[in-house]
Design a protein around this ligand. Structure first.
Ligand code: IMP
Length: 184
């Protein structure tokens, strides 16, 4: 049987390390929003953040609401540089809502920079970002996430929701994809 793990060159975060990392982010969020009486909305960016979102929301102790947006900026291993909204957020209570965008990875920074501005423009009371991974060496626009799981080097990673052409999302760990998989 074909085993997806054979396509992984190096494991960056094991299941256990991911679990500890997500617990840390959840604790930070609980601490930062302890005195906040407004609604807190976890807004996951589909599809890559779906596994992170599922784990993070279970570890946060205060009440949260959840919602989803879908944007498109990537094709294969390269960013197209333009962000299209494929699934929008429709709420009439944004003025009374604090949003945390839940994202799998910050790469060029374009997706989160765009979404943050977009949600502020739509009237959200506040917008912060939680990213499982950060690749700061790839940044094309100025952007810093408020919560970051792990900073990683410039490599194409998959697993824990992250894909290469829709594959590898269901790997329970995060690993570097062997370059020959996407260069051949
Ligand atoms: P950015 O707008 O360039 O920051 O891109 C963010 C999006 O690109 C992420 O939500 C991912 O979907 C995708 N992406 C960036 N780097 C990787 C990677 O190493 N593996 C898989 N997807 C990635």
């Amino acid at each position: 049987m074909y085993n997806m793990t054979d396509d992984i060159g190096e494991i960056l975060l094991t299941e256990e390390e991911i679990s500890e990392t997500v617990s840390g982010i959840a604790a930070e969020i609980d601490r930062d929003y302890a005195d906040c009486e407004r609604k807190l909305l976890l807004l996951a960016v589909l599809k890559g953040s779906v596994v992170f979102m599922g784990d993070l929301m279970k570890k946060i102790r205060r009440p949260v609401e959840i919602d989803f947006m879908r944007v498109s900026s990537y094709s294969g291993t390269e960013t197209r540089g333009k962000v299209d909204i494929l699934l929008d957020l429709h709420r009439d209570d944004l003025q009374k809502t604090d949003i945390i965008i839940v994202e799998d990875i910050v790469d060029s920074g374009k997706t989160l920079a765009y979404l943050t501005n977009y949600l502020k423009f739509k009237g959200a009371n506040s917008v912060r970002c939680a990213a499982m991974l950060d690749k700061p060496s790839r940044r094309k626009v100025k952007f810093e996430a408020d919560y970051i799981g792990k900073t990683i080097p410039d490599a194409f990673v998959v697993g824990y929701g992250l894909d290469y052409d829709e594959k590898y999302r269901n790997l329970p760990f995060i690993g570097i994809l062997k370059p020959e998989i996407y260069t051949t």
